[in-house]
Write a protein that binds this ligand. Structure first.
Ligand code: 3HC
Length: 286
């Protein structure tokens, strides 16, 4: 495999999971955040996930130690210069992403592949703003990254086929199953998942069933690991609202329109697990 060293930019929930799976697969991984405080926070999150895995008997202590040894935290873009693949997982803001790739263009070697973990922005637009649009793909991971097996490999009309082949080999090497998709908003998973989640909110809004009954119906009736309202709390109501608005803007189809209840909950700061409250209350749980 041509990809031997990886850079991950942004060490939030997704970025730290991506950096972890790369390092766990034995690849030297440079993990970049904007300042040392955020670098330490991201690396701390990875260590905690690995420690929990050891405690649960799912990860060997030796694997945890090797994974942590493969990770280098940095606040400097220059430290990504010799990476074969750089995966961007920063905030979902096009200007911020353009600025990052412009900075990378100044330091990265010409053959470095760029990838974005965006869930809803246009990969084509990001690629077109760089000096290497042919070597740019979307690599969309799923939360929690170390446990979810899928990665969507998004190619644009200008992505070189050899780059897609290399990236799919990389996905396999880090233990994920790649699916190929074109650059349309939501790709495969969110295109199907978001209308389903929004419909569950509409159902609750209209009083068809209680939150528990909606969740139990889909868990027990369809074998889903989480009901839709629990999953919304897990993904984040603010994140879902943001994605739904972008999808509605793109397709103008009512199935993507965020229901009023979702908007009100976001406005009230009920963002799900991370804020302590969403469709369920997490304030008493550790
Ligand atoms: N290290 C290693 N393994 C671990 C671990 C750790 N720190 N923590 C848990 N595990 C293992 C467990 O031991 C268990 O293994 P087993 O199946 O062999 O027993 C497995 O991972 C599942 O963990 P738990 O038993 O603790 O928890 P659950 O069974 O409740 O599963 C879940 C948790 C994987 C999150 C499951 O509920 C799930 O799949 N939920 C749906 C998640 C989902 O849909 N994600 C996608 C969201 S959409 C998205 O991300 C796209 C974005 O654009 C919005």
């Amino acid at each position: 495999m041509a990809i031997r060293k990886v850079g991950v930019v942004g060490l939030g929930l997704m970025g730290s999971g991506i950096a972890q799976v790369c390092a766990q697969a034995g690849l030297p991984t440079v993990a970049r955040e904007v300042d040392q405080g955020l670098v330490d926070k991201g690396l701390g999150r990875i260590k905690k996930f690995l420690d929990d895995g050891v405690a649960k008997g799912k990860v060997e202590a030796q694997v945890r130690d090797k994974t942590l040894a493969n990770l280098t935290g940095t606040a400097k873009v220059e430290d990504l210069a010799d990476c074969d693949l750089v995966i961007e997982a920063i905030v979902e803001n096009l200007d911020a992403k353009h600025a990052l790739f412009a900075a990378l263009d100044k330091v990265a070697k010409p053959e470095t592949i760029y990838a974005s973990n965006t869930s809803s922005l246009s990969v084509t637009e990001m690629a077109a703003g760089t000096e290497r649009p042919g070597r740019f793909v979307g690599l969309h991971f799923f939360n929690p990254v170390p446990l979810m097996k899928l990665v969507e490999v998004v190619s644009t009309i200008v992505t070189e086929p050899a780059v897609v082949t290399e990236v799919k080999a990389f996905a396999g090497a880090i233990g994920k199953t790649p699916v190929s998709t074109g650059d349309t908003t939501g790709f495969v998973v969110n295109r199907l998942l978001v209308p389903y989640l929004l419909d569950a909110i509409r159902m609750l809004e209209r009083g068809v069933a209680t939150r528990e009954d909606i969740d139990n119906a889909m868990k027990l009736g369809c074998g889903y690991p989480m009901g839709p309202l629990t999953l919304l709390d897990f993904v984040g109501l603010d994140t879902t609202y943001y994605i739904a608005n972008i999808m509605f803007d793109e397709f103008k189809e009512p199935s993507f329109a965020p229901p009023p209840l979702l908007k009100r909950m976001v406005l009230a700061g009920h963002h799900g697990r991370k804020s302590g409250r969403g469709f369920y209350d997490y304030s008493q749980k550790s």
